[in-house]
Design a protein around this ligand. Structure first.
Ligand code: UGA
Length: 437
């Protein structure tokens, strides 16, 4: 009998997983409650841009990937991955309604199945959620027992947007949290076939849930660390944060990745997970002073950028400022929790006139600001007439900007948060984060 796999929640994680599994020949069902989304995906079009996703999805569809809003497909499934979002509440805690709703539905269909499926929770949830919330909902709705009638495993995800297909095919680790049952053995054998070279770590639910937060908070710590040093460097004439990062990165105990100084970490994961972990630490009686500091440094970073713009322009009211890059990182159209979007909000409050250019994220930026700001289709057009250009996202095409491209600027003032022009390639009043003046 061929194995059937269901993936519930077709965001970055779920859609990448469904596309990769089906492209590899697994019989896969992708389920999402959003009918419109399902229609687009089943025609081969992801609802967001992600390199290689469309190609992989099309291959999966050819292999028989089924996309649907019909949860009854669970009844035929051997493995059910839950990849729904756990967005943020105002107090920093995570919002569990999507995971509660989907596990309740899974429970209902578990009731009817003759199979003994394994439910794998990929959604990021704080430690204890599996035991205290997910397991009781599944058992109540299915009238069956976890560990006996079905398997239940915490399986956190570490993929990065922009490399989600590669990361799904070749993860650096697979974490399986749960009890040592026949289901755990089955899951282990599934993953060791899928990723023969990847270490598999088996542990309990709470530890698996915590590993995810440990991972993301460590990455955030690295970024705030380098950003703090970058701020110090800015006050040392000619000091260069990139040379420092490159050198310390050669020490294998430190490692070279995630040491790019910039305007702070954004995106739909690191800020949310940091806040959730801080909230959780406080709730268990630990004052998370280091994590608080990491968040604090992140928030100060944008204030510092605003201050620099304000100082160089002698006030921003009515000034024409161009923001280069609104995506939270290059190669994506995702603007969720992008620092660039935060910056625009702050500058608009201060009555600046904002023009933006982003190679991919213009439409998503329009959804936030409508006609409050101007959108240009090319970097040069966005720079024309500008009194200050702030480079927020390191899009590769920005490297092509030269003296000619900025000819139309009313004042050739460049604030470079990513040090795209730090090698003195541009003739302008130039300020770069992390380079001492
Ligand atoms: C992050 C983690 O990297 C993934 O491992 C994790 O699975 C994912 O969150 C998640 O929890 O779903 P992602 O949100 O795609 O992935 O973005 P990152 O590549 O981590 O970048 C986050 C932010 O940090 C961006 O704003 C980026 O510009 C910034 N960053 C990153 C820096 O400023 N400097 C760096 O050196 C690296």
């Amino acid at each position: 009998m061929i194995m059937k796999i269901t993936v519930i929640g077709l965001g970055f994680v779920g859609l990448s997983l469904a596309a990769v599994l089906s492209s590899k020949g697994y019989k896969t069902f992708g389920i999402d409650i959003d009918k419109k989304k399902c229609r687009m995906i089943s025609e081969g079009y992801p609802t967001f841009f992600e390199p290689d996703l469309e190609k992989t999805l099309k291959k999966g569809l050819k292999n028989g990937l089924i996309i649907s809003d019909d949860f009854s497909l669970i009844e035929q499934s051997d493995l059910v991955f839950v990849t729904v979002g756990t967005p943020q509440k105002a107090n920093g805690a995570i919002e569990l309604s999507m995971i509660k709703n989907s596990t309740a539905k899974i429970g209902k269909f578990l009731q009817n199945t003759r199979k003994n499926p394994i439910i794998l929770i990929k959604s990021t949830v704080i430690p204890g959620t599996m035991k205290d919330i997910i397991l009781p909902i599944l058992e109540k709705n299915s009238k069956k027992k976890a560990g006996k009638d079905f398997g239940l495993i915490s399986n956190p995800e570490f993929l990065q947007e922009t490399t989600s297909i590669r990361d799904t095919k070749f993860p650096h680790a697979v974490v399986l949290g749960g009890y040592d049952t026949k289901y755990m053995k089955k899951a282990k054998s599934f993953f060791s076939k899928l990723h023969p070279r990847t270490p598999i770590i088996t542990t309990n639910h709470q530890t698996a849930e915590m590993v995810k937060y440990a991972n993301n908070s460590f990455l955030a710590t690295k970024i705030s660390f380098i950003n703090q040093l970058s701020n110090i460097c800015q006050n040392i004439p000619d000091a260069n944060i990139d040379d420092i990062a490159k050198t310390i990165g050669l020490d294998p105990r430190i490692g070279k990745l995630f040491l790019n100084a910039g305007p702070g970490y954004g995106g739909s994961c690191l800020p949310k997970d940091m806040k959730a972990l801080i909230n959780f630490a406080n709730s268990v009686g630990v004052k998370p002073i280091l994590l608080d500091a990491v968040e604090n440094v992140n928030q100060k970073q944008i204030q510092q950028i605003v201050k620099t713009i304000e100082k160089k322009l002698s006030g921003v009211s009515s000034k024409r400022i161009t923001i280069m890059g609104t995506a939270f990182k290059p190669d994506t159209d995702d603007v969720r929790d992008s620092i660039s979007i935060e910056l625009i909000k702050k500058l608009l409050k201060m009555k600046a006139k904002i023009t933006i250019y982003d190679p991919r994220a213009t439409e998503n930026t329009k959804r936030i600001f409508g006609d409050k700001i101007f959108y240009k289709k090319s970097a040069i057009n966005a720079l024309d007439n500008s009194q200050c250009a702030v480079f927020m996202t390191y899009w590769k095409e920005f490297e092509r900007i030269n003296d000619k491209s900025i000819n139309g600027m009313k004042r050739k003032l460049i604030i470079d948060c990513r040090r795209i022009f730090s090698k003195g390639r541009i003739n302008a009043e130039y300020y770069a984060l992390g380079i001492g003046k």
